[in-house]
Design a protein around this ligand. Structure first.
Ligand SMILES: Nc1ncnc2c1ncn2[C@@H]1O[C@H](COP(=O)(O)OP(=O)(O)OP(=O)(O)O)[C@@H](O)[C@H]1O
Ligand SMILES: [Zn+2]
Length: 629
């Protein structure tokens, strides 16, 4: 039986030829990406371009089956391509790089592909690729897994909902005061050990900004804020001990953080009115024994063992600081850094009467890991590759009459829909009319000759845009959505005389152009989002700038209720105008926190990163990072 007989049976000879002429982009060569690469090769896609920014880690080998021990530290994309050469008929092109790097991957590069597969592990890159697919109207197959959970969503620009049509959970954050003063769960102590103590002592360039007046401390208690600031300064002194390399000073570190700091905390009586008071370590428990002992990483150690291990690991890390340029990053796979964070967290837990955790458990939490399951990756990648045949209209017996006939898939557990089946696969929804990425704006590419970025002024751009789209220059607001900066509006024109180079509008920037003019019915022109591209011509002129030919429709700018609420006094009317402008800016920018996206209860993908409560402890899932403020 020939290699392609199965795929020929499924899609037919003609369609196989079309597939062989199809060029696809696969982003991510990790868990899902390895599976997808194998699937796409076996299906015989014509060209597969594979992008990944990372190198191979030991912890990848259990599921990223294309990699072997000898490949550790090698780039994922090139290694994956080498691994499949033996059974490959497709043209494979690997790239080492960040897909968001506009120099390596400019917009027109994305434009070469017929279809894009996302096999990523973070929100920022997923959102970015979603935007690129929207700008260029290229179908995107989005996917993700977390343990036994997973989802796969085809996105057909302008026809079906995009990745940003539903609100995604933002990273979990903890108030500073919980972490620094009143921990009550193991995770609080782990965050303290990793993000404050370890970062301060070993990652020398991480500067905790203790004096920032605008910082949200999570408390208004002046004494407590003062204490946190002072403690931060003292931590810097501890860093000097680490840098001195003198391990006879290790007991001083222990005394400071596990006795003196706790005693200071106890003096803030307000904190302990409703909480159990912490009990500082006993000075007699602090002994200098720097022997490096092997302890069971999945067991709970006694407090004496924790203190002993903390001392010996600190001594080891002090030595490494000399060898590693005074800078060590926390890495869950670096046993020394993991054991430092584990012992520091557990000693703090002991002091605050919080259950301790094994090093193994802390590795999961501090590394934000839900163990990845190879089978889930295989299922999701399989569905993604299979559905791509329907997206490309190559599956004659399952033809679609419209893109919303396509199905997405998610695991039932991730959606809470029904407990009786593993997968749910509803058809796709239409774009959410409030989506800041796919619905609320028109979109296009502005091509500017590369030589004129240093002479083209923002004012010139405003005039060019106004002439092309009939905008009112007096009412135009321009926002750099990449950097979240207002560049110009009716009462802010100080950048108008600056050149694009000066205001850092560069190839790859995305600007949002809004004409604030409204007619008596609250209607105005739909905002326009423009991707800035550099045109490589010899000596380009302003007249060589190319803008998309778009007919910009009128949309409702102010709702009738907002109009009715308009105040009669001048002062409040001005306030309201400002408010409307701010809301517009927020609305049209996915990353600003005040998004007013309506949550679509029918769509379950938003629940896909559920939060487990386990042993009174929160486990932070895949994309979540622990942020402190
Ligand atoms: N901006 C990006 N550009 C290119 N590749 C990216 C980008 N962001 C993430 N990736 C890649 O996407 C892949 C995601 O794979 P996966 O979820 O299996 O993560 P992993 O890092 O391999 O494993 P784990 O995080 O579970 O240890 C990774 O190989 C990662 O390097
Ligand atoms: Zn959308």
């Amino acid at each position: 039986m020939s290699r392609d007989s199965n795929i020929t049976k499924i899609i037919g000879k003609d369609n196989l030829n079309k597939l062989r002429a199809t060029k696809c982009l696969l982003i991510g060569a990790g868990g899902i990406g390895s599976e997808l690469l194998k699937d796409l090769i076996l299906m015989e896609f014509g060209e597969i371009h594979l992008v990944d920014l990372d190198t191979i880690d030991l912890s990848n080998l259990n599921r990223q089956f294309l990699f072997r021990q000898r490949d550790i530290k090698q780039p994922k994309s090139t290694t994956a391509v080498k691994a499949v050469q033996g059974f490959n008929n497709s043209k494979l092109i690997p790239y080492e790089g960040n897909i968001m790097d506009t120099t390596q991957f400019p917009l027109h590069w994305f434009g070469e592909f017929d279809i894009i597969f996302n096999a990523l592990d973070n929100l920022a890159a997923r959102r970015y690729v979603n935007k690129m697919s929207q700008f260029l109207s290229i179908p995107l197959l989005e996917s993700g897994t977390s343990g036994f959970d997973g989802y796969m969503q085809p996105i057909i620009p302008n026809e079906t909902e995009c990745f940003d049509c539903t609100k995604k959970e933002t990273p979990k954050t903890f108030p500073v005061c919980t972490i620094r003063s009143t921990p009550s769960q193991p995770i609080h102590c782990i965050v303290w050990a990793k993000n404050f103590l370890f970062a301060q002592l070993f990652a020398a360039d991480i500067n905790v900004d203790s004096n920032s007046e605008n910082k949200d401390w999570g408390t208004t208690d002046e004494d407590e804020i003062k204490r946190i600031k002072q403690e931060t300064n003292e931590l810097q002194e501890l860093q000097n001990i680490i840098l001195s390399g003198d391990n006879s000073l290790i007991p001083k570190i222990i005394e400071k953080i596990f006795i003196h700091d706790i005693e200071k905390l106890l003096k803030i009586e307000n904190l302990w009115k409703t909480r159990t008071k912490p009990i500082p370590l006993n000075i007699n428990d602090i002994k200098t024994d720097l022997t490096d002992r092997d302890l069971d990483l999945s067991a709970l150690w006694s407090i004496q063992d924790q203190i002993q291990k903390f001392s010996s690991i600190t001594s080891k890390l002090m030595k490494r600081m000399e060898e590693e340029d005074n800078h060590i990053e926390f890495d869950k796979d670096d046993k020394d850094t993991l054991e430092f964070v584990s012992t520091a967290a557990n000693i703090r837990s002991h002091i605050f009467n919080i259950p301790q955790k094994s090093v193994f458990d802390i590795k999961q939490i501090a590394g934000n890991i839900i163990p990845a399951i190879a089978t889930t990756n295989a299922i999701i990648a399989g569905l993604s590759s299979l559905v791509s045949l329907r997206v490309l209209s190559l599956l004659d017996y399952a033809k679609i009459s419209k893109p919303t006939d396509l199905n997405m898939t998610f695991t039932t557990k991730a959606s809470n829909i029904s407990q009786n089946r593993y997968l749910s696969n509803p058809t796709l929804a239409k774009p959410n009319c409030n989506c800041p990425v796919c619905s609320k704006v028109m979109r296009g590419v502005m091509n500017i000759p590369s030589n004129i970025f240093k002479e083209l002024k923002l004012k010139d751009v405003i005039n060019i845009l106004a002439a092309k789209y009939n905008f009112d220059t007096e009412e135009l607001s321009i926002l750099d959505t990449t950097g979240q900066r207002l560049l110009s509006d009716f009462d802010f024109d100080s950048l108008d005389e600056k050149t694009l180079e000066e205001i850092k509008v560069v190839p790859g920037s995305v600007i949002l152009v809004t004409d604030e003019t409204e007619d008596e019915n609250g209607m105005g022109l739909k905002p326009l989002e423009l991707y800035i591209e550099a045109k490589d011509i010899n000596i380009g002129k302003i007249s060589d700038i190319a803008l998309p030919d778009l007919k910009i429709p009128l949309v409702q700018m102010t709702t009738p209720e907002e109009q009715n609420n308009e105040s009669s006094t001048f002062e409040t009317a001005v306030l309201q105008t400002n408010e409307v402008i701010n809301l517009d800016i927020d609305d049209d920018n996915e990353d600003l926190k005040k998004r007013k996206l309506q949550e679509e209860s029918s769509n379950a993908t938003q629940n896909k990163r559920s939060k487990h409560e386990e042993d009174d402890m929160e486990i932070i899932e895949e994309d979540d990072i622990i942020e402190l403020d």
